[in-house]
Ligand binder design. Structure first.
Ligand code: FA5
Length: 348
């Protein structure tokens, strides 16, 4: 084979031009295969060397190897340039302006009703009460009947609720409990006197809402059964509770009230924090805001639980936590608590 059939100059020129024109990594790889690959142009020349005369072989061999090295180095330079450009572009896209002020981390907090609940629980625990829980979905028996409210009892009208479905024998519907009082019965069924327990939890009523009435409310039930408990213990316990929670300045009031499961029954109110007892929209012009119902446990219930009603007596109370939180924090409308407006909630 003659040396003049090998156009090393032409190959070099074409390779240099094509390398200049390649703009991405895929094009560079194609270029490498075309010129430096196993079947590439430069490799082809090297492969043909054996067919040449010795002198030609040495000369062309040296030139071809030099070209191979030159092109390989040029390829490395070009590749490094492309990589650097790519990195610069990525950094530009994802660049962070370190002069911007950092985003503030929002720290969560407990809902005001949860805070109030914890304060109330702490006070009763410090007075020797245990804490229990009960179901929010109740049976007619526990919510009404066991508390001496038969099916036709007018006291049921005060606590209309949301009904769920009928129980197994299809007679009575399950319901969302209207108060925490079913837990008096549930607890007494399981425990013998002396009893000192509180039961906090959510309750539900079919209410036309207004500044002091919500359809979902939180109550704490209080129950004590022992020998010799009297109305004086009830009053002493609840007034002491009110003092610890509201401070000495707030006034508390007991009035006769009727609940079928206590005898006698009372409601306890605190003087209105908005008007100081003058009468306003929040207290319905009464000057007082009722926070709980209470009374001496009806002896019939004690006997139904298998207790000796001649020997033991008991007192019970059920308080509304939203009303108490309103009094504590000067909130004039109960509906703020569950509107989930952060401007309100962040104040607590
Ligand atoms: C009862 O629920 C009785 N179970 C309380 C009781 C327990 C009496 C033990 C005797 C013995 P009443 O319906 O009054 O009673 O509710 C008690 C308290 O829950 C009220 O004083 C009030 O603070 C709160 N409450 C009642 N209904 C609502 C409502 N719709 N929205 C907000 N708070 C309410």
């Amino acid at each position: 084979m003659a040396a003049d059939t090998i156009d090393l100059e032409g190959i070099a020129e074409r390779a240099r031009n094509e390398l200049d024109a390649a703009t991405d990594e895929a094009a560079l790889e194609a270029w490498r295969v075309t010129h430096l690959g196993r079947k590439g142009t430069v490799t082809g020349v090297l492969r043909q060397l054996g067919e040449l005369e010795i002198e030609e072989r040495q000369r062309i061999g040296a030139e071809a190897n030099q070209l191979k090295n030159e092109l390989g180095a040029a390829l490395d330079v070009k590749l490094a340039g492309l990589k650097a450009a790519k990195l610069a572009a990525t950094m530009q896209e994802g660049r962070i302006d370190v002069t911007l002020p950092a985003r503030k981390k929002r720290v969560g907090r407990l809902h005001p009703i949860t805070q109030t609940m914890r304060e109330i629980v702490d006070i009763f625990v410090s007075m020797g009460f245990a804490v229990a829980e009960g179901p929010e979905v109740e049976t007619d028996y526990y919510n009404f009947e066991a508390l001496l409210m038969d099916r036709d009892h007018p006291a049921r009208d005060m606590q209309d609720t949301l009904y769920i479905d009928y129980d197994r024998d299809g007679t009575y519907p399950f319901m969302m409990r209207t108060h925490t009082s079913p837990n008096q019965v549930r607890f007494m069924e399981q425990h013998q006197p002396p009893v000192r327990v509180i039961v906090p939890g959510k309750c539900y009523r079919n209410e036309a809402t207004d500044p002091t009435h919500e359809w979902m409310l939180t109550q704490v039930e209080v129950l004590a059964v022992d020998e010799g408990l009297s109305m004086a213990d009830l009053k002493g316990t609840l007034f002491e509770f009110a003092k610890r929670l509201f401070g000495q300045k707030r006034r508390a009031r007991f009035r006769c009230d009727y609940f079928p499961y206590v005898e006698p029954g009372v409601d306890m109110a605190i003087d209105c924090f908005i008007c100081g007892g003058e009468g306003c929209r929040t207290c319905h012009q009464e000057g007082w805001i009722e926070i709980m119902g209470a009374g001496m446990v009806h002896p019939q219930i004690l006997s139904n639980m298998g207790y000796d009603a001649e020997r033991v007596t008991g007192f019970a109370a059920g308080m509304g936590m939203e009303r108490i939180a309103m009094l504590r924090h000067g909130v004039e409308d109960i509906r703020h608590f569950y509107r989930n407006d952060l401007r309100f909630l962040e104040q607590f």
